[in-house]
Design a protein around this ligand. Structure first.
Ligand code: IPE
Ligand code: IPE
Ligand code: MG
Length: 247
């Protein structure tokens, strides 16, 4: 099938596709453990899961897909695993950017682009963003060195700078003032948040953006996750009633 030919998944309502899906890609280490392999093998196996899920996002016509690849708290892991994850993500980007470009996917990074993220990783990120910034078919946001509290702290810091510079009246600090200073203020709120591996927690992911997200937890470990699991989660999402505080 050519990259532009897409079959909308059977049984789902094309009129109620979430605009923004977030995924906490969890369970790589346990997947490897179960096979008697090193944790790195689990991370490596997560690549196939990610790219099949991206295809699924394109099948669905998602506007935004945000996947969490490395958290601000993952620096607390052994240096060897951290090093592996830095190089692995850089390498993955370099190897797969053509494919994403061909599929008209806009790649964007979500997180703090500063130390201790190695410079060469940041430059790969900037490269991938620049090459795909003109695409609008689907935006793939890769949350890397991302933490929800850091994002909010960074937004508040910008609020402070704007107040100090006289660009913002402190009496006008409202939700919009914060929302417009998040890392990617143009992204819609998260509608559906999926976490693999059976853990039922947010772990500091999109705290602001997921305020009204529907949560779907699956026991599938990330390396085994495929687009059919994404479709199942969207099915569950479509069966829910979202109320946003109203009646
Ligand atoms: C998710 O898998 C990937 C990252 C956090 C980078 P884990 O590495 O957390 O795998 P488990 O949770 O230990 O199984
Ligand atoms: C969240 O998973 C971060 C990513 C998937 C990148 P973790 O495995 O780091 O979260 P905890 O430690 O189980 O809360
Ligand atoms: Mg984990």
């Amino acid at each position: 099938m050519s990259v532009s030919e897409r079959v909308f998944p059977e049984g789902l309502d094309p009129g109620r596709v979430p605009a923004h899906v977030g995924i906490i890609m969890d369970g790589n280490g346990r997947w490897a453990n179960q096979r008697g392999q090193p944790r790195k093998a689990g991370h490596a196996a997560g690549e196939a899961a990610l790219f099949d899920t991206v295809e699924g996002g394109l099948d669905l016509g998602l506007q935004f897909l945000t996947v969490w690849a490395f958290s601000t708290d993952n620096w607390k892991r052994p240096p060897d695993e951290v090093r592996f994850l830095m190089e692995f993500n850089r390498d993955l980007l370099r190897r797969r950017v053509d494919e994403l470009d061909e599929r008209q996917v806009r790649i964007r990074f979500l997180g703090r682009r500063a130390r201790p993220v190695p410079r060469r990783v940041i430059s790969e990120i900037v490269d991938a963003e620049q090459r795909t910034e003109h695409h609008r078919r689907m935006t793939l946001q890769i949350a890397f060195n991302y933490g929800g509290r850091s994002e909010l702290a960074d937004a508040v810091q910008r609020v402070g700078e704007d107040v100090a510079a006289g660009r913002l009246d402190p009496k006008k600090i409202d939700e919009e003032a914060i929302a417009s200073r998040l890392y990617r203020p143009d992204a819609p709120d998260v509608d559906l948040l999926i976490r693999s591996s059976g853990e039922q927690r947010l772990s500091n992911f999109l705290l602001w953006e997921a305020a009204y997200a529907e949560f779907v937890f699956t026991d599938v470990l990330w390396p085994d996750f495929r687009r059919k699991h994404l479709f199942e989660a969207v099915g569950a999402f479509q069966r829910r009633e979202r109320r946003f505080g109203k009646l």
